[in-house]
Design a protein around this ligand. Sequence first.
Ligand code: PMP
Length: 396
Amino acid sequence: MLTNRQLFLDHLAQTTDFPLMIEIVNAEGIYMYDPDGKAYIDLISGIGVSSVGHRHPRVVAAAKEQLDKYMHLMVYGEYVQSPQVKLAEAITKTLPDNLDAIYLVNSGSEAVEGALKLAKRYTGRPHILSAVNAYHGSSHGALSAGGNEIFKRNYRPLVPGHSHIPFNDMAALEQINNQTAAVILETVQGEAGIRVASQDYLSAVRKRCNDVGALLILDEIQAGFGRTGKFWAFEHYDVVPDIVVSAKGMGGGMPIGAFISSKAIMDVLKENPILGHITTFGGHPVSAAASLAALQVTIEEKLPEQVAEKAALFKQQLKHPKIKEIRNLGLMMAVAFESFEVLKPIIDRAIELGVVTDWFLFCDNAMRIAPPLTITPEEIKKACSLILQAIDEVTD
Ligand code: PMP
């Protein structure tokens, strides 16, 4: 009989030459377990997803309760479904007053697609500006907004009307003009290897958008839902976007995403001819129920409030001559080494020692650290000591 690992290689379409290839049969809290019962600390939360930990009991209970009532009933936006409206109400409460209409979708990429379409339709303008090294997703529109040429070149022609400005660069902001439908930015660039928007920069982008009538879209797909120490990363800034996009941690481990704006802006999507954004599974009731539970856990367990202290503990523990720099906003961290050649064996050895990390799409010399926000100080110390052991064992 073929093993699951062989079946993985034989029949699952591959995304990379070197998949992590860990087989997991069970996961709980910060831990994942392989078929032999070996425990792995998940320091990347399945790329920023399991912020409340794997299988948080309240998330599991909410999903099970919903499974016993109904699963898919109808495409998004037709029937009144309690999990969707309860989730929308709860998310609205976390946001400024102008962000009061939530469009539920399936994923981050789809949320970005929706946001870009909304901005074009609302403003009637053709151009979207995004940042160099931005990552907004893998579908055609989201990829067009992405700011890394290497990842785009095999898919041209992409969607026209997209251009890119250097992140955190004030001088480039004059490119935002009266043809710009929207500027889309990650509040903290994730796949670029954790690059935090500066206060002055985001304020200046906001002002320039106001001056020329462009919308500001903030992509909080990695940074939102508590990861940076505020429920939304833009709360660190004196800036309110016109549209927010969310996914990943939003679902507590279930697939869901959203683009969020004001009712006034969002209402253009229902004008005739309709075809605003149609999604069959968007806001799936089981995902929506899980998402509401994840949101409640995040707020009631005061997870964002603990983030700064936990991030500081990581930084204090991860001191080593091979570590060149640690960039972070809260528990969105990049631990930089000299090169990928130095980093890769460290990651491989750390996995053998029972700690899972990886690197970033556009920054392969930095280790990604984005643990469940529920991680305890003892668990942080244990994970860091294993990483330091890995560094010592594979470097000279
Ligand atoms: N935006 C950002 C900032 C992301 O990090 C990601 C996923 N890494 C996406 C969008 C796309 O999300 P998804 O993979 O759910 O389509």
